[in-house]
Every structure is written in structure tokens, then in C-alpha cells.
Design a protein around this ligand. Structure first.
Ligand SMILES: NC(=O)c1ccc[n+]([C@@H]2O[C@H](COP(=O)([O-])OP(=O)(O)OC[C@H]3O[C@@H](n4cnc5c(N)ncnc54)[C@H](OP(=O)(O)O)[C@@H]3O)[C@@H](O)[C@H]2O)c1
Length: 185
């Protein structure tokens, strides 16, 4: 079994969008139940990976080791604004080397977006936790994966070898649930 477990986390609208047409995650996609689920998951993670605009901004965020995906460095380097973070360009350095640089050789890696970063790990997720808000639509918004809306997020996860597990309700009033998409052995 690989030493690093890679888990993805996102909440999307009914049409597979993670942000609106202005590249902002609107309040319409924010639900207390989903926020609590996401916060607990990140508190358990050993490393968080994301793009420049996908910082989770939670009370425990400053405590977390993180890797920021960017083309502003050739390979890997310190983040001048955060001593617990590194800047990583996948074109120059492997993910394993970036994790080594971050001091993480085992445990859980939480991948939290945005779309470019979610796409990069499609063949590597052990589990992708897909939360969905079925009553929210964000026409013209920013899709979770580059293949949406030609395919649904679920079709894309299945195409990359993941299978849906048991969904869990996070907000019954708004029908928001999370489904773990797990890689079969
Ligand atoms: N609903 C949700 O659960 C959820 C989850 C995540 C994000 N969001 C929202 O979605 C929006 C995300 O914004 P965003 O699209 O700007 O995503 P982002 O992932 O924050 O930003 C794109 C990142 O990818 C990097 N990048 C792009 N192409 C690259 C390449 N070829 N090689 C290396 N790095 C590359 C960019 O680096 P450089 O430009 O520095 O090179 C940048 O850091 C935000 O509003 C956020 O709040 C929502």
C-alpha cells in the first residue's frame, strides 16, 4: 500500500460548478454541514495541496503544511508568505519529491482545488469526496474538472477508475450530501 493516501474534496452545484462565472465560490455553495465535514477532514490531513486561489481560510489553516501548485517556480521552493507552505511546479519536480520537501513521507494528502489541481490528480486519488448541492445551478461557472459539462463530474471520476460509495447527508434541508468515490483495488 502506498505510504501517501490522496483524497480530493469539493462541493459542486447541480451542474458540476465549484465557482461562479467570476471565479468566486458564491455563498449559495456554502453550507454549515459541508463546511464542518471539510474542516474535520483537513484537521486530519498531513498535507494540503491547492492552487493560489483555493486557500481554505479556516481557523486551523495556519497550522497546516501545504503545497501551492504554481508556474511561478521552476520546481519547488519556499512560499515567502507562509513558513509552513512550499510552492511547487509539477513540470519541474515530481509530487513525491514535493512531499519530501514538505517533510511528509506518509499519511493523508488533501487535494482541495481548483480545477487545474483537481485534474492533475485524477489518476491518483484514493478517494474523491464529492459534495453536491442539488438545488444550486451556476450557469457559465467554473467547473470542478476541465471535462465538465461535456461529462458530469461523476462520469469523469468513473472514467478514471473510481467507484461511488455510500452517500452521507450533510444538510437535509438543502439536500446537500457527500459521496466518496473510491479507487477499486
Ligand atoms: N467549491 C469548492 O469546493 C471549491 C474548491 C476549490 C476552489 N474553489 C473556488 O474555485 C476558485 C478557484 O480558482 P482558480 O481556478 O483560480 O483555481 P486555483 O487552483 O486556485 O488557481 C489556479 C492554480 O493553478 C496553477 N496552475 C494553473 N496551470 C498550471 C500549470 N500548468 N502548472 C502549474 N500550476 C498551474 C496556478 O498557478 P500560477 O497561475 O501561479 O502559475 C494557480 O495557482 C476560487 O473561487 C475558489 O474559491 C471552490
Amino acid at each position: 500500500m502506498p505510504a501517501l493516501r490522496i483524497e480530493g474534496y469539493v462541493i459542486v452545484s447541480a451542474d458540476g460548478m465549484l465557482a461562479d462565472a467570476t471565479h468566486v465560490m458564491p455563498d449559495a455553495l456554502k453550507f454549515e454541514g459541508d463546511k464542518a465535514f471539510f474542516t474535520e477532514a483537513l484537521d486530519r490531513a498531513d498535507l494540503v495541496v491547492h492552487g493560489r486561489h483555493s486557500y481554505e481560510d479556516q481557523p486551523n489553516s495556519p497550522l497546516r503544511k501545504r503545497i501551492i501548485v504554481t508556474r511561478t517556480v521552476a520546481g519547488i521552493g519556499p512560499d515567502p508568505s507562509n513558513p509552513k507552505a512550499a510552492l511547487w511546479n509539477p513540470a519541474g519536480v515530481s509530487f513525491e519529491a514535493a512531499c519530501d520537501h514538505a517533510g511528509v513521507s506518509a499519511g493523508t494528502v488533501a487535494v482541495i482545488g481548483g480545477p487545474v489541481v483537481f485534474d492533475m490528480f485524477l489518476d491518483r486519488y484514493d478517494t474523491f469526496w464529492l459534495s453536491q448541492a442539488p438545488h444550486v445551478r451556476l450557469a457559465g461557472g467554473e467547473a470542478v474538472f476541465s471535462g465538465v459539462p461535456v461529462q458530469t463530474p461523476q462520469e469523469i471520476l468513473a472514467r478514471h477508475g473510481l467507484k461511488a460509495g455510500q452517500s452521507q447527508m450533510l444538510d437535509a434541508a438543502n439536500g446537500v450530501s457527500v459521496t466518496p468515490w473510491r479507487r477499486s483495488a
